[in-house]
Design a protein around this ligand. Structure first.
Ligand SMILES: [Zn+2]
Length: 416
């Protein structure tokens, strides 16, 4: 087969990207999910996939998604193609985007082309990857009219999952599909990443809350009360001591290229106090002060140990308090010597012209929930550059060359 048949069509990538950027799948609240899935279904059906719209039942949504900001039905899409291969590859990306706030120079929901880049909310995170995937599949699966067979045999059966609410740390997308047993395969590619490195690890996340109790009094006789804001200093000092200890640890997993350039060599755990709220008036001794923050957990730690460590630091203090934890996604780690990791790196080299580093993500990923539960070996690799794509900020952008390169990478990964 001539090699140029395998070249994804740039105009098609940009056409699909323009269309899907136009669906305002902003979360919260998580809108237009049905519309974008209805747009995608005929594309995948046309390529020979069997498609399923997976709508989260209202009762599950009510029980598992306690977030008043989220409104409407949760439509996820699963598209399967059985080519009779021995193994199945699961490819995942999320359909939602963060709100388009800040000072945009272009309309965030209308794809704008400028200086070799395209701009729009989601072009990098992560609709660009979806458009590149569709163009790669189109290049691979063009029908040979005489035989009605795919032009190129695929190395894997495919299970494509395009899901909801990743940007709000939600449950309705990949986590829900994991729990109902619909994430099935031998390998997994998560496209919710950058083109800088192949990510094989990520931090887990725990949100915590400490409510410090006191007793209110007239501030002129403040010695008659217990000042919850002042007592919270004792808690904060202990948390700062623990922060120093926690943040002296390092994972075996290398940090991202972007962080490595800043001198961070390895993934590291983090403990932050990020919110404080107490007091109602200057002359009233406050009876309550609420501290909130998060703890990022490296794969070598456990979520349970991280919680126990905070409890052990704070509970013995002579302060009346309530402590609560809200565990998010777990940490993820994939064996860097796994054959799948080598295959992904080699396909990047063939498709994009460089051999990517392996690294970990300081943030946490819903992919980790699926990987830890299913134990499917996973690589995270997507469209965009950590230091230039400005994801979650105004003027989110991606190099058109990266969209083309990512699409070629997928062709290299999937073609026999
Ligand atoms: Zn994302």
């Amino acid at each position: 087969m001539p090699k140029d048949r395998l070249q994804p069509d740039t105009n098609y990538i940009l056409q699909v990207l323009k269309d899907i950027i136009g669906f305002k799948t902003v979360a919260p609240p998580g809108s237009c999910y049905q519309e974008i899935v209805d747009y995608l279904v005929p594309i995948f059906s046309g390529l020979g996939f069997e498609t399923k719209k997976l709508v989260m039942p209202q009762e599950v949504f009510a029980a598992k998604c306690e977030d008043a900001r989220l409104v409407g039905d949760r439509f996820n899409l699963r598209a399967d193609l059985n080519v009779g291969a021995k193994e199945t590859l699961v490819i995942y990306a999320h359909l939602d985007v963060v709100p388009a706030e800040g000072s945009w120079e272009t309309d965030p929901f209308s794809l704008t082309r400028k200086n070799g880049r395209v701009y729009g909310r989601g072009v990098s995170d992560c609709k660009g990857s979806i458009a590149a995937l569709i163009a790669a599949l189109q290049a691979l699966l063009q029908k040979d009219d005489a035989k009605r067979r795919p032009t190129h045999d695929l190395r894997y059966n495919l299970c494509i999952l395009l899901t909801t609410d990743e940007e709000v740390g939600g449950y309705s997308g990949l986590c829900y599909l994991t729990d109902i047993g619909l994430v099935q395969g031998d390998y997994m590619l998560c496209m919710d990443g950058f083109s800088d490195d192949v990510v094989i690890g990520s931090n887990g996340m725990i949100t915590w809350e400490v409510v410090v109790h006191g007793r209110s009094a007239h501030s002129g006789s403040s010695f008659m009360g217990v000042n919850a804001v002042e007592r919270s200093l004792v808690v904060m000092q202990e948390l700062m001591r623990l922060k120093t200890l926690v943040q002296s640890r390092r994972s075996m997993i290398p940090a991202s290229s972007a962080l490595e350039a800043l001198g961070k060599k390895h993934l590291m755990p983090v403990l932050n106090i990020t919110m404080i709220n107490g007091g109602i008036k200057e002359n009233i001794v406050p009876d309550r002060c609420v501290l909130r923050g998060d703890r990022r957990v490296i794969p070598e730690e456990s979520m349970e140990d991280a919680i126990a460590e905070i409890e052990k630091a704070i509970k013995p203090l002579d302060v009346e308090l309530d402590l609560r934890f809200f565990p998010g996604y777990p940490p993820m780690s994939v064996n860097p010597d796994h054959r799948w990791v080598a295959e992904v790196r080699a396909a990047v080299q063939r498709g994009m012209g460089f051999l990517p580093r392996l690294s970990g993500a300081q943030g946490s990923l819903d992919q980790a929930y699926a990987t830890e539960k299913t134990r499917i070996p996973t690589c995270v690799f997507g469209v965009g550059r950590q230091l230039e794509s400005n994801i979650h900020g105004p003027n989110e952008n991606v190099r058109i060359a990266d969209l083309e390169g990512f699409s070629r990478f997928l062709v290299e990964l999937l073609a026999k």
